[in-house]
Design a protein around this ligand. Structure first.
Ligand SMILES: [Zn+2]
Length: 325
């Protein structure tokens, strides 16, 4: 009986102690994983930092999906902004003023609900440089990227209309230049490469993610190629065709479901399909992110299924992870 009472206390006490210790620190982000990751990414030519490695269910300390592409010491491209990415953005010392572009793979909330906080943070900075905003065009029950922004910061009817300068250029705010990409293009359609900055381009590749208009992104940064596969099912044949033998420096795949469980091939690739995708794309290294408890608790099984098909190194993302390229 005594054991039953003492055991939870023993677990709770260190957690309380850590909380107090962190709050008392002069800089709460010091030593945070995203700060340590930023230290690595800041000192390499090109790096990809994971700002959110989690999924849609609030079940731990992972933020929702978000990545930053660092070039020459500055995070210049933000891919997705899931809930919680605001915290990692701050821990990593990122500035909206350094961003040249924001690209949203799709508008599921676990990929986009942190954007408002990040834009609000940016409203404390001054810049007259336009900011590219790339996202899918409207389809099914989802708005297009432009309508999504208007619903957030539109001057007339946006929820946060006080940030309307992001769309009309008022208030000395950076103005978004919105590019919507149809996410249902035919497989033989040409896919435009978008110039974001010097030595930084982005190509949006439509993928199948149930009924959700969704884009994968191929980013070229100083001759490095990074392929963000995004949320996609194994029915993404157009993506498979475009990326076959691409041999990027890094492929980021979303490890959402374990083998034989969760949603079938309608929304996400199960581990053996991630392995097939990696074997087809042929990246120098594979990074698994977008973990959920249901998939992460069976990580070893997933890794063995992936390694049966893909023979390169597989890295496991945490919030803050920097992959130097
Ligand atoms: Zn999704």
């Amino acid at each position: 009986m005594l054991k039953k009472i003492l055991a939870p206390s023993a677990l709770i006490l260190p957690a309380i102690f850590l909380g107090v210790s962190s709050a008392d620190s002069a800089d709460a982000s010091e030593g945070a994983p995203a700060a340590r990751g930023a230290e690595i990414c800041r000192n390499v030519d090109v790096g990809v930092q994971v700002l959110g490695s989690g999924g849609p269910i609030a079940e731990g300390s992972r933020a929702g999906t978000s990545y930053a592409v660092w070039i020459d010491g500055r995070a210049q491209l933000l891919i997705d902004a899931g809930p919680g990415s605001f915290i990692r953005f701050g821990e990593a010392g990122l500035k909206v003023g350094d961003l040249k572009g924001i690209a949203m793979s799709h508008l599921h909330a676990d990929h986009s609900a942190g954007l408002g906080g990040i834009l609000n943070s940016g409203s404390f900075e001054r810049s007259d440089e336009p900011l590219l905003f790339v996202g899918p065009a409207a389809a099914s029950v989802f708005p297009g990227a432009g309508e999504f922004l208007s619903a957030l910061v539109g001057r007339d009817s946006g929820a946060w209309r006080y940030l309307g300068g992001y769309l009309d250029g008022g208030d000395e705010r950076r103005k978004f230049e919105v590019k919507e990409i149809a996410a249902n293009v035919a497989e033989n359609a040409s896919i435009p490469e978008i110039d974001i900055a010097h030595d930084l381009t982005l190509t949006a590749i439509p993928v199948h993610h149930g009924e959700v208009p969704t884009l994968a992104f191929m980013v070229k940064a100083k001759n490095r190629v990074i392929l963000f596969a995004s949320d996609q099912s194994a029915l993404s044949s157009g993506f498979d065709r475009v990326t076959r033998n691409l041999k990027p420096d890094l492929l980021i795949a979303h490890h959402v479901i374990p083998a034989g469980e969760g949603q079938p091939i309608g929304l996400h690739r199960p581990p053996d399909e991630i392995g097939k995708m990696a074997a087809s794309v042929g990246p120098r290294q594979l990074l698994l992110s977008h973990h959920m408890n249901r998939s992460f608790s069976r990580l070893e099984e997933s890794l063995s299924m992936i390694s049966a098909r893909y023979k390169g190194p597989t890295l496991i993302a945490s919030d803050g992870t920097c992959v130097a390229l």
